[in-house]
Ligand binder design. Structure first.
Ligand code: NAD
Length: 450
């Protein structure tokens, strides 16, 4: 049932009010496994050709980037799908001008849902080079706020020894509609001997377990993993059994009714995998998605409300990881993927969510601590931190607050569960072997914690 305010907002007078408040109609974002809608311009600023070489592997049409040299601003002959700027090697403040000069014509010439992707050095030496490295982040965040019509910008820090193979899954994700709601973010990609070539079905025959899969974001994660070839194991509480069964039938996976707070939840997941897929079977991807909110101001939060959120959102994950990482049949494979869901609330804090923010910030801590520990086994550990995503969880937020959350990001809209699922698909990809210990916000560059 819609509220009076909703009726007002979506009625003709409501639209006028929205217009008066300066709230534009949000752009329909280009989503899915589709490449850029126009040519990709590439720019090499300080001698590194990694960006251009990687784009060449992806088989997309490229052109040389135009440069603003102070005369009339050069214009691209047709609207650009993307600009990939290789800014690795920029060391001096004066060299930042080179970035401005390629960004200006591209920002003006981008398609709706176009992309700007900036590559930078992960490790630099010297004070000025560090200042330059950080300046790139400031530029990226600002351009994200200035781009219009669903276009995004992101910054990827790359280790010095990375090869094109290490970057293909990242650039392919960023260029495609899969990254529609990832904007103004930065993360790091390192070299990895284990990165295979990218593929349209990167998870073919691999087992991916998703907790909280009966609805919302979890159901989309399972759907995207199945689209990418995975055999999915969908886990949810017995109360979600009917929709869990319907989803697994549709995806051709298996369902496991399980409350993840059970002390032996990890053991039961491994036993399910071993009994359904064979003693030799191992999990490729474990996605810790199940989560709850029990919002109250801290002053009104009792011990039970506190404990339930920490238990589901964090403690259960720690226990399940322990069991799945001990080498048992049906546990996590070496070269496997652990993926968790954090939240922008865990990064910025959020009034009325001390328990939730604690649990989600804890997830970020878990990822950062576990990633280096498991690197020797080829296992990557990453998290997605969603902003406002349209699900049953966020439908419970009062309308005015919900509309504010929805609109206060650079893309002027809420994200869809598939946006979170696609980013998790990027982490699950075997070609993302060099991406570990990272937290990517899927928030349309939400102002919260920006
Ligand atoms: N929706 C958003 O805007 C948003 C934003 C940030 C983070 N998140 C996170 O994304 C994840 C999914 O959120 P959603 O919006 O799809 O939520 P949702 O409430 O729609 O779905 C959560 C699912 O988890 C299951 N679940 C809860 N407790 C469980 C338990 N003990 N054992 C097994 N399953 C359990 C529920 O039954 C449900 O199917 C959560 O971790 C949430 O905190 C969501």
């Amino acid at each position: 049932m819609t509220t009076i305010l909703e009726q007002l907002f979506y009625s003709a007078p409501g639209q006028v009010v929205a217009g008066k408040l300066g709230l534009p109609e949000p752009e329909v974002l280009r989503r899915g496994r589709v490449g850029p809608a126009g040519p990709v311009a590439t720019a090499t600023l300080a001698g590194s050709s990694l960006g251009t070489d990687t784009v060449a592997i992806l088989g997309v049409d490229t052109i040389a980037a135009l440069v603003d040299d102070g005369d009339e601003l050069p214009a691209y002959p047709q609207r650009l799908g993307a600009l990939v700027v290789d800014a690795r090697g920029l060391q001096q403040l004066s060299e930042l001008e080179q970035l401005r000069a390629v960004l200006r014509p591209a920002v003006k010439g981008l398609q709706p849902s176009g992309r700007i992707i900036i590559l930078a050095d992960d490790q630099v030496r010297g004070i000025e080079a560090h200042a330059v490295r950080q300046a790139l982040d400031g530029i990226n965040r600002t351009v994200g706020k200035e781009l219009r019509h669903g276009a995004t910008t992101n910054l990827v820090y790359v280790s010095a020894d990375a090869e094109p193979n290490d970057l293909t899954s990242t650039l392919s994700f960023l260029l495609q509609g899969r990254s529609a709601f990832v904007d103004g973010q930065s993360w790091t990609v390192r070299s990895s001997a284990a990165a295979p070539p990218i593929s349209e079905r990167p998870l073919a025959d691999k087992i991916v377990v998703v907790t909280g899969a009966a609805r919302g974001i979890g159901a989309q994660i399972a759907t995207v993993a199945a689209r990418d070839g995975a055999r999915v194991v969908c886990v949810d509480v017995p109360a979600g059994g009917e929709s869990l069964a319907a989803l697994t039938n549709q995806l051709g996976g298996t369902a496991l009714q399980l409350d993840i707070t059970a002390a032996d939840a990890g053991e039961r997941i491994a036993a399910h995998v071993a009994s359904r897929y064979g003693e030799q079977a191992r999990i490729h991807g474990m996605v810790h998605n199940a989560g709850i909110t029990r919002d109250k101001l801290l002053v009104n939060t009792d011990a039970a409300r506190w404990a339930s959120v920490i238990e589901v959102n964090l403690a259960a994950q720690l226990r399940m990881n322990d069991a799945l990482l001990d080498g048992r049949p049906g546990g996590l494979a070496d070269d496997g993927r652990l993926v968790s869901i954090a939240s922008t609330s865990g990064i910025a804090g959020n009034r009325g969510q001390a328990n939730y923010a604690a649990s989600k910030a804890g997830v970020v801590g878990l990822v950062r601590a576990l990633a280096p520990e498991l690197a020797g086994r080829g296992i990557t550990v990453n998290a997605v931190a969603p902003g406002f995503i349209e699900t049953e969880m966020t439908a419970k937020i009062p309308f005015v607050q919900r509309e504010v959350f929805r609109r206060t990001n650079s893309l002027g809209q809420g994200g869809n569960p598939i946006d979170v699922a696609e980013t998790i698909g990027y982490f699950l990809d075997p070609a993302s072997a060099g991406v570990s210990g990272q937290v990517i916000r899927v928030c349309g560059q939400n102002l919260v914690g920006a």
